[in-house]
Design a protein around this ligand. Structure first.
Ligand code: KG4
Ligand code: ZN
Length: 335
């Protein structure tokens, strides 16, 4: 089964050619990071305009690199949500046009499910056993799911306020680090002392929900206190603040993950989404649990079309068929 897949839900324009949900023949990702950096976040209108400018050449590049013709494809897959409506529309409309012209079935795919299936593109996919606990941590989401089989999810909890990636990006701005804050904090924290500032873990007593706005406010208060004490001209202890913040996020995420892993007796834990690229999260998670902890290869953690092509294959195996009438769904839940 050969799928062309397209992802444009946020600020990456990506196209991939994926065989049987596991072999990547091409995965082209054009990031708009540099464009949005000057706004300190993703500017939706700018994002959709940029998708329009580059999408056809990205699709061509993927098809050329994979050396396949539209006639060789079994289907076309595209992210239909969740995400920014204008960005999603670009991908979905281009995919519809390509499906119509090539007479191939069109599959609308959930972006979160794409992040989950990034793990099936990794080397150790044959060792995966259900049930699995899935922690999705990205710029828009912090969710815990119990995955009992392919395509079968129970939502256990999510963030009450900011997503983990959003907290990284906001704290990055507070510390005057470049956008996006996640990778910048990860890098700065490596030089820092995580014990110097102890930030709250905001572990809600019951259930599996998360909250990061209190932590973000605590970092803000601490920076204000330091500035009052030392004056505005002295540089902030960025590395120590970044390390303290990052350790608090990792701890808060893993406390709930551990609680759910035990309650549901899972056979593995998968951490996926942009924040799963975080070096401390990857390392600490792998040390903390008895069951295998898996994270996708780094380049498949952040948004890419390969993961959408992987999810499409398993959806096809579960009976989903082509539909040219699909529409974008900015708040699409996983079902
Ligand atoms: O999955 P993704 O590419 O897009 C969404 O679906 O949201 O995730 C982007 C998020 C951003 O908030 C970014 O700061 C964060 O992932 N991120 C990281 C790291 N790399 C990316 N956060 C922490 N540490 C990283 N190394
Ligand atoms: Zn994403």
């Amino acid at each position: 089964m050969l799928f062309l897949s397209i992802e444009t839900s946020c600020d990456e324009t990506s196209a991939a050619v994926i065989e049987s949900g596991r072999i990547i023949h091409a995965n082209i990702v054009a990031s708009q990071e540099a464009i949005h950096a000057k706004y300190g976040g993703v500017f939706p209108e700018v994002a959709s305009r940029r998708h329009i400018e580059v999408i056809y050449s990205i699709v061509d590049e993927a098809m050329t690199q994979a050396a396949v013709d539209y006639a060789n494809l079994d289907g076309i897959a595209v992210t239909k949500g969740p995400g920014l409506v204008g960005s999603l529309l670009v991908g979905v409309n281009v995919a519809k046009g390509l499906a119509l012209a090539s007479h191939k079935p069109l599959l609308g795919i959930n972006h979160i499910e794409g992040h989950i299936y990034a793990q099936w593109l990794a080397e150790d996919r044959d060792e995966i056993e259900f049930p699995i606990l899935i922690l999705v941590v990205s710029g828009g989401h912090t969710e815990l799911y119990l995955m009992s089989d392919h395509g079968k999810y129970t939502h256990l909890g999510g963030t009450m306020d900011d997503a983990a990636g959003e907290a990284f990006d906001k704290v990055g701005r507070l510390l005057d680090l470049p956008y996006p804050g996640g990778p910048a904090i990860d890098k700065a924290a490596k030089q820092g002392d995580a014990g110097r500032f102890r930030f709250p873990r905001a572990v809600l007593d019951t259930g599996y929900d998360f909250s990061f706005s209190g932590l973000k406010t605590a970092v803000l208060r601490e920076t204000e206190r330091i500035k009052r004490q030392q004056g505005d001209d002295e540089p902030l202890p960025v590395a120590d603040l970044a390390a303290g913040f990052q350790t608090a996020v990792v701890d808060a995420l893993l406390i709930k993950t551990a609680r759910a892993a035990e309650a549901y007796r899972v056979k593995g834990i998968h951490i996926t989404g942009g924040v799963s690229a975080n070096s401390e999260l990857r390392q600490v998670a792998k040390e903390r649990f008895d069951v295998p902890v898996r994270t996708p290869p780094l380049r498949l953690c952040t948004d890419n079309a390969a993961m959408i092509g992987a999810a499409a294959y398993f959806r096809w195996q579960n009976g989903q068929r082509g539909d040219l009438e699909i529409d974008v769904s900015p708040n699409l839940p996983i079902t």
